[in-house]
Design a protein around this ligand. Sequence first.
Ligand SMILES: [Mg+2]
Length: 130
Amino acid sequence: MQKVLYVEDNLLNMALMHHLFKKNLPSVQLLKAETGEQGLEIAEQQLPDLIIMDIGLPGMNGYETLECLQRSAGTCDIPVLAISAFAQLSDLAMARDTGFAGYITKPIQVRVFTETVQELLAGAGRLTRN
Ligand SMILES: [Mg+2]
């Protein structure tokens, strides 16, 4: 079973994602972390196939967490999809430059989001979506 790790500090967003996966991606296991630090730990232990990363997090933000993932041999090849309400063009550019595999803006469009996750899980590599 493929595993996706979602790093998100907002519990309502986490609950919505849980529901979305149950409904639209039932064959994928969703792992959850509430902070970047916890996300790094779970990523090292579970080696998920994809990580969905909130940008605004307490403690380390999403960019800092991505950098740590990229520095670790165990996790550097896992695609990381950014998800954020910060939807300025400069944010999209920064996300691409930092090495995110894609960038999804909140509120999530369910169909686009689901397709993006499916493509990344199928190994489509870097995507540019919003
Ligand atoms: Mg947040």
